[in-house]
Design a protein. Structure first.
Ligand code: HEM
Length: 91
């Protein structure tokens, strides 16, 4: 689903969003405005399987990044909840 010609941009948008969301600099807001994540995900068909795959890949990324336990404990439930909220197909 991600733009093959702009993976770096997609990575930057997600990174800036997370930095902002967890209290860091607000570059995401300055460049993208209000997140409106459900609306921004509407063009992509996200069903339960897509949500679960996204979480599977993000979990592998978290494993690789070897974050401090407290940071991981904050991120994981957040990802799980927002990913479920992004489901826009099926049911
Ligand atoms: C449920 C599975 C998910 C799928 C399949 C998915 C897919 C996508 C795709 C295809 C894009 C467009 C890439 C781009 O920026 O060009 C995108 C954008 C984005 N996603 Fe997701 N996403 C998922 C879950 C999440 C979650 C859980 C978060 C946050 C914790 C998130 C945050 C974002 C953000 C911040 C953007 C950029 C929005 C913008 O400013 O345009 N996504 N996502």
């Amino acid at each position: 689903m991600y733009p093959a010609d702009d993976l770096e941009g997609a990575e930057e948008r997600l990174r800036d969003f997370l930095v902002f969301r967890f209290g860091g600099p607000t570059r995401y807001i300055e460049q993208r405005g209000h997140p409106r994540l459900r609306m921004r995900h509407a063009p992509f068909a996200i069903d339960q399987a897509a949500r679960d795959r996204w979480i599977e890949l993000m979990t592998a990324a978290l494993d690789e990044s070897a974050l401090p336990a407290a940071a991981r404990a904050a991120l994981e439930p957040f990802f799980a909840q927002v990913a479920t909220f992004m489901i826009n197909r099926g049911e």
